[in-house]
Design a protein around this ligand. Sequence first.
Ligand code: 5AD
Ligand code: SF4
Length: 446
Amino acid sequence: MRFYIKSYGCQMNVYDSQRMEDILTSLGHKKEDNAENANLLIFNTCSIREKADDKLFSDLGRAKILKDKSPEDDFIIVVAGCVAQSRPQDLLARHPYIDMILGPQDIQNISDRLGDLIKNKDLDTLVLTELKASDKFERFNETDPLTERNVSEFLTIQEGCDNFCTYCVVPHTRGREFSRSVKEIVSEAKSLVSRGVKEITLLGQNVNSYNGLDDSGENCRLSRLLWELSSIDGLKRLRYTTSNPKDVDEDIAKAHRDINILMPFLHLPVQSGSDEILKKMNRKYSRERYFEVIDMLRSYRPDMAFSSDFIVGFPGETDKDFEDTLDLVKKVKFSQAYSFKYSPRPNTPAAKMKNQISEDIKTARLQRLQNLLNQQQSDFNSSFVGRQVEVLLTKEGRHSGQLVGKSEYFQAVTVNNADNLDIGDIVKVSITNAVSHSLIGETHEC
Ligand code: 5AD
Ligand code: SF4
């Protein structure tokens, strides 16, 4: 078949979509970049906030029009991912033309069941939402990546989450925490590097509690996994995300000091700077502990840059709680950040809490927080003007002769004089300009 995949939400979904693409391609199906040219449409969905849901429903409306118009006998619509897992019945009731519903840990079944659907047109929608991460990775291991890879790629090392933050839908959509074995991860990393990948970002909802088995059957911590991967020939950069501050230990800080391909940048979501709200969120750390973690990392790696996630307007958040968040931001100084209005999610404890915050207050608080975070990002970037940074070039720039890449600190950098450079090169760039969210510079090595 000719398939089109649209991925919503997080990087774990990007990785899952890529692996579905590998499986389908290995069976002779052909990828299309445009839904209009496909007869198998796959929506790999996200339910982290309500807005992500809304996007899916408008896309499904368009998919139905394509299906109705299609002259072909076989036209299949698949909804995969987190919405599929959390609300299959709702999807079926509102969109009965969906042919297959696959939870995030059932996506490996995508190809096996296509045949059934094609042969038997009257088959009810297939719903697979079993949440067995081990099955998923077994299948992934069998399918060596076939499709093209970029120079910077993701590698999922862990699925699911056991933390149960009260606002979060993930434990309900991706299930309990499951860590892949060291051997599987190293082998997948080597396979990526042999395809030209220079930078790997290890993925998981909570990578700092990674505890996969090593070859001798012992549990292995993230820091040791990073050491194992650091010896792969040809791998130039390592990153990992996402970390929960409660699980960051000294070994990780040492890894940032001692592993030269481990980048000096960490995404460390704090969510709120108020102890009261952190307790209500069930985050299991205090603002003091967050400061300690940042200080510890900076003591081992003084140039470490930090990004974070914030939720404003969590139920019961007072002006004082919000001021505590602003105060934390001022003290830590982030190099970049994501911030969101709290969005009540089905079946989560916070959705049932009293004192939900009005939309107006959420909007005003988000604006103030984003103004501060934008200012910090801009200050951070401006401090690089006149300095040199090392950049991994990942894609073409907007104008000819330009290539764009990422600094070690995860800043986007445009290189103006890149005529003799290639995607995948790592070059020293002298920064001449800082614009809102990125840097501009020139290299002297071409
Ligand atoms: N409402 C708003 N933001 C949320 N996030 C997770 N759940 C919610 C929610 N219900 C944010 C958190 C998390 C990021 C991936 O999404 O900040 O770190
Ligand atoms: Fe969205 Fe979370 Fe699922 Fe990722 S794991 S797709 S962020 S709901």
